[in-house]
Design a protein around this ligand. Structure first.
Ligand code: CTP
Length: 398
């Protein structure tokens, strides 16, 4: 990634301490972070904290004589790829909405034409006040992304809406806004992820080791590149990606119904889910009691969702499967590509170090009808982007 510059505006609220964590996360993620504090913010947290975290001088005031440029707010706005105000008081929201520019942060805001995000954080009544809501609506109209505050315990001692979202959520918002080019803009992408659970009785089920990580990264990456994304997910313990429509399902049958209902409108379908191939032929309504002997379970086949998609695909729709094997990885995966009528299959071997269930990395071979691309071990996030690059290439617009 080219080093992108994110300007972080920090205004005077108790959530200032979380702005330090945000700046740390942005810096670790590879952004050049420039911090502008209002005078009131410095009552809560000092510029040195931000300087230590970002390795850049933090700015406070327009008339500071030590700045390198006499028009520092314009210089800063020129190099900004994104601006985020976090936490944003009702005061800065009002000023930004009305073009009031009377200090370093508000002048920088006015001079910025990059994507702008704002994370309001204040007492619930101040947030819900129609004046604040009108100002936020104005900002949205001017193209700002308003990151809704969370609900919870507030510094004023009450419980309600007005908490600044956690730094990792703000990082996700910045990533989504500027980290990637929007080369999937206009495309509808459906991703399936996670395992399925096939009930035996009200207590037990059959499942597999899938954690959903790969699919969640594909969904997040596609959304960050501008696609409209639906994520049909089996039961996982991951946080749902923002900017993605999540459709939670449990069984293979539910996943099949959810995919069937949405498939016709999709340009690209990527099936990372580890769907059960069999389910108990009979589901007991009551908890099954043990007896002295062994137990045999009768299983029946589930529907092959990807197989169905291959037979019912509409003109121009791109179908991508995933294939996990313990032996004959490439031969078995090539056979699935042909049998299920796919455009691409991403093969990974459970036998390979750094690939497979749960971990942070994967080792994929992308198989299409015309060739194979062997990817080295990489993070699941990077692998997700390589899969999307290949999808674009194969569709002829990458
Ligand atoms: N798949 C599916 N529906 C199923 C089983 C699998 O849509 N009932 C999809 C998976 O989401 C994956 C691909 O098919 O994208 C490959 O799944 P895999 O289980 O590896 O292949 P199978 O066709 O089940 O072959 P086998 O059981 O022989 O390994």
């Amino acid at each position: 990634m080219d080093k992108k510059t994110v300007v972080v505006g920090v205004t005077g609220g108790i959530a200032c301490y979380k702005a330090a964590a945000l700046c740390s996360k942005l810096t670790q993620r590879g952004y050049n972070v420039e911090v502008v504090l209002t005078k009131n913010a410095t009552e809560f947290i000092g510029p040195h904290t931000f300087e230590s975290l970002t390795h850049n001088r933090a700015m406070v005031d327009t008339f500071d004589r030590n700045f390198q440029s006499h028009v520092e707010h314009v210089a800063l706005a020129d190099k900004a790829d994104a601006l985020i105000v976090a936490p944003a008081t009702a005061n800065i929201i009002a000023k930004a909405a009305h073009g009031i520019a009377d200090d370093m942060l508000s002048t920088t805001i006015l001079a910025c034409d990059c994507p702008k995000l704002i994370a309001p954080a204040m007492n619930t009544r101040m947030y819900e006040n129609p004046v604040t809501q009108d100002n936020l609506a104005t900002l949205r109209r001017y193209g700002w992304e308003v990151i809704e505050p969370a609900s919870g315990h507030l510094a004023c001692g009450t419980v309600g809406k007005g908490k600044m979202p956690e730094p990792e959520d703000l990082l996700e918002a910045v990533d989504h806004a500027v980290r990637y080019g929007k080369d999937l803009q206009g495309l509808k992408v459906l991703v399936t992820a996670g395992p399925t659970q096939e009930a035996l009785d009200p207590v037990r089920f059959i499942t597999n080791h899938s954690t959903g990580k790969m699919g969640y990264e594909v969904a997040r990456a596609a959304a960050a590149r501008g696609a409209q994304v639906v994520l049909v997910s089996g039961p996982v313990s991951l946080k749902p990606p923002a900017y993605v429509e999540l459709v939670p399902v449990t069984s293979a049958l539910e996943m099949f119904e959810a995919v069937k209902a949405r498939s016709a409108g999709q340009d690209v379908i990527i099936k990372t889910a580890a769907v059960a191939d069999y389910r108990p032929a009979q589901v007991s309504g009551e908890k099954m009691k043990k007896s002295g002997g062994g137990l045999s379970l009768a299983l029946e086949r589930t529907d092959d969702i990807l197989g169905w998609l291959g037979q019912n695909r509409r003109e121009g729709q791109f179908l991508c499967g995933f294939s996990m094997e313990t032996e004959n990885l490439l031969e078995n995966s090539r056979a699935k590509l042909a049998k299920k009528n796919l455009d691409m299959i991403c093969a990974n071997s459970l036998r390979q170090e750094g690939a497979g269930f749960g971990g942070e990395t994967n080792v994929l071979t992308l198989i299409t009808r015309s060739g194979e691309e062997e990817l080295p071990k990489m993070s699941k996030e990077d692998a997700a982007h390589r899969v999307l690059d290949a999808v674009l290439r194969e569709r002829g617009n990458g």
